[in-house]
Design a protein around this ligand. Structure first.
Ligand code: MN
Length: 250
């Protein structure tokens, strides 16, 4: 063990290398975080026989009404590959942020009644996304569950805290006087997107923008922080062998 520790700490010295060394052989020649995490997963999941082995955390939802037709696919353990098309340019940009910064693989295809306005298209997409996210989480075995992320975008700041609790609740605050439109995106829809997502994903979500000036920045930092918080909360904790609730279910 001494030798292993010695090797790992050379050139590194951080906590992660220390943790990696204790776990052992997989870290030879690596020392980076990814190698560490990969090895821990490999070790923990081998021979366990649990859900994690070969686990795919994927959700797919199709939702068709007289107003919209939506198809959403999400892989929680992706790499941020995104293919999004809703017909609302700024909303596509936001969903792109969600996938890329959440490291979710995300496909969204929405054909909505844009001849009326963007409301149904945006809302129904968010409902389907929430449902797909919940589906992908499955029984939530082994997840981190709680997470927060704070993301600035120039002068704007978003603070997002999430509990993948099984109970829908949204708390949302934004600065007063945000410009009403960003392209064809109505900025009052941001709260409606979050409400819709929360209702279907069944999570507690607190999103605060304590300050910001530019409407584009104010909305975008919320989606970036949401992406990060959802990513951290949905990640598999290698030390968490069960469902992270004293109730035994989430
Ligand atoms: Mn609505």
């Amino acid at each position: 063990m001494t030798a292993v520790h010695g090797t790992s700490f050379e050139g590194g010295g951080g906590r992660r290398e220390g943790v990696a060394a204790v776990h052992g052989t997989s870290f030879e020649g690596g020392g980076g975080r990814r190698e560490g995490v990969a090895a821990v997963h490999g070790t923990s999941f081998e021979g366990g026989g649990g859900r994690r082995e070969g686990m795919t955390r994927v959700g797919r939802v199709e939702r068709t009404t007289k107003e919209t037709s939506v198809v959403v696919e999400i892989n929680l353990d992706g790499t941020g590959q995104v293919d999004v098309s809703t017909g609302v340019g700024f909303y596509d940009h936001m969903l792109d942020q969600l996938g890329r910064h959440g490291l979710f693989d995300l496909t969204v295809k929405t054909d909505g009644d844009l001849h009326i306005d963007t409301h149904h298209t945006i809302e129904d997409t968010s409902l389907a996304l929430g449902a797909a996210f919940k589906q992908a989480l499955g029984d939530k075995r082994g997840i981190v569950r709680f997470a927060n992320a704070s993301v600035p975008l120039d002068e704007s700041l978003a603070q997002v805290t999430v509990d993948l609790s099984g109970r829908p609740f949204l708390v949302h605050t934004e600065p007063e006087g945000i410009a009403p439109m960003i392209g064809t995106y109505d900025t009052t829809m941001t709260r409606h997107i979050l409400e819709s997502f929360v209702a279907q994903a069944q999570i507690a979500l607190h999103v605060h923008v304590p300050y910001g000036r530019n409407a584009h920045h104010i909305v975008e930092c919320q989606f970036k922080a949401l992406a990060r918080a959802l990513r951290y909360a949905s990640e598999i904790d290698p030390r968490q062998t069960g469902i992270p609730s004293t109730k035994g279910a989430l």
